[in-house]
Design a protein around this ligand. Structure first.
Ligand SMILES: [Zn+2]
Length: 390
């Protein structure tokens, strides 16, 4: 009996390291489809109609399109066999207070007086929004693909958008236009194709593909709201989630994966320094994809800590930080190439239409997005430990 047991263990280890799992991951990757990605981004950014003849013209908090986008997400998950959509409601006014306090505590000490002024203005703006639009949609939307354990791997992306500037202002990155210098333009159309319909598309496409397989860990597909007002939705979710849903193994966030200015495939992977291996899984996924024809990405790694130490405050301040701040250190973000050469911040790689009315599909590179989605799907599949087909 004992000998037999040892042989079985060896065989199953061999299998998972070199055999069936890799075949299954390759199969998943082959299902990532560029025109499907384009369809979802076009629907979320108002290019194509959704839900029987409506258009999501803006996903900014307070705009009807934000609620319409939430309905679209619920509908998208409900259409996937085996998945149901969940809605996480929270009190925006309470959360605006909490996130304001957190931003003050974490970042403001590093800022110069002008940046401090700007940060305080954004905190005030968020509070004003939370009061003025308290009855608007603020919901986070999620869907869970159950695994063998209740421990979750979260694949997250924010679905709200924002307009704060003319895109022309952004065309000279040396002028420091990387920061949010202007208040939210209420009433502006805010297509947010890159920021962040691209990341949301990755979540939905991943849900469609991964739901056809069995995993050791549960996978939560999570679309967060009010990221643009100071990580409000993710802070609310991280606080409640840690208690309600059981353990979170890791958080994989996708924010702005659509613009590749010079076609060099440079992208940014940001993770915490104490994340214990999630970055390695992303690297393994990248190397294995590199063998595949047509895959052209050059990831640059930057640590959350390094980004937080940027002299003018963090640049990759996205939803994974809310979980990281709540103790989920195994957190990572995939984004376009704002860090490279070293890695150093390189804002010439940024989408010139960032946070403007011009952030539409014309600035996107769908081959690039397709490759990042492949990287995301394979990273989640490895992290959640794929066991077989459903
Ligand atoms: Zn974003």
């Amino acid at each position: 009996m004992k000998t037999f047991f040892v042989v079985v263990v060896l065989l199953s280890n061999f299998n998972s390291a070199f055999g069936s799992n890799e075949k299954l991951i390759a199969e998943m990757i082959s299902k990532v489809n560029k025109s499907e990605i384009e369809q979802v981004i076009s629907e979320l950014s108002g290019e194509k109609e959704v839900l029987g003849g409506k258009y999501i013209l803006s996903r900014q908090i307070g705009h009807p399109g934000n609620g319409l986008a939430a309905k679209y997400l619920v509908d998208s998950y409900e259409k996937i066999p085996g998945l149901k959509a969940g809605i996480h409601k929270f009190n925006p006014r309470l959360l605006a207070k909490i996130t304001g306090t957190m931003i003050k505590g974490l970042y403001i000490s590093k800022m110069n007086s002008e940046e401090k002024k700007m940060a305080l203005a954004i905190i005030k703006e968020t509070k004003d929004f939370a009061t003025k639009y308290k009855d608007s949609n603020w919901d986070n939307i999620y869907s869970i693909h159950k695994g063998e354990t209740k421990e979750h791997v979260i694949l997250a992306s924010h679905y709200d958008s924002v307009v704060r500037r003319d895109s022309a202002v952004h065309k000279n990155p040396k002028k420091g236009i990387n920061r949010d210098i202007e208040p939210v333009r209420i009433g502006s159309l805010s297509p947010g194709a890159d920021d962040n319909a691209s990341g949301v598309a990755a979540t939905i496409i991943a849900a469609r593909i991964l739901s056809k397989y069995r995993f050791k860990y549960s996978i939560m597909f999570l679309n967060l709201n009010a990221e643009e007002l100071g990580l409000v939705g993710s802070t609310a979710f991280a606080m409640k989630e840690l208690i309600k849903f059981g353990k979170i193994k890791s958080v994989i966030n996708a924010d702005m994966i659509g613009h590749d200015a010079n076609g060099d495939g440079v992208m940014t992977i940001s993770s915490g320094e104490k994340e214990e291996g999630l970055k390695d899984i992303a690297t393994i996924s990248h190397k294995s994809l590199k063998k595949e024809a047509g895959y052209n990405l050059n990831p640059t790694y930057v640590s959350i800590e390094q980004d937080l130490d940027e002299p003018h405050g963090p640049f990759i301040a996205s939803d994974h930080l809310s979980f990281y701040n709540m103790g989920v250190k195994r957190a990572i973000m995939f984004g376009e190439g704002v860090y490279d050469h070293g890695p150093k911040l390189n804002l010439t790689q940024m989408n010139p239409a960032y946070h403007s009315v011009d952030d539409d599909v014309t600035n996107l590179n769908f081959d690039y997005i397709n490759n990042i989605v492949k990287l995301i799907v394979s990273t989640v599949a490895r992290e959640a430990v794929v066991l077989g087909r459903k």
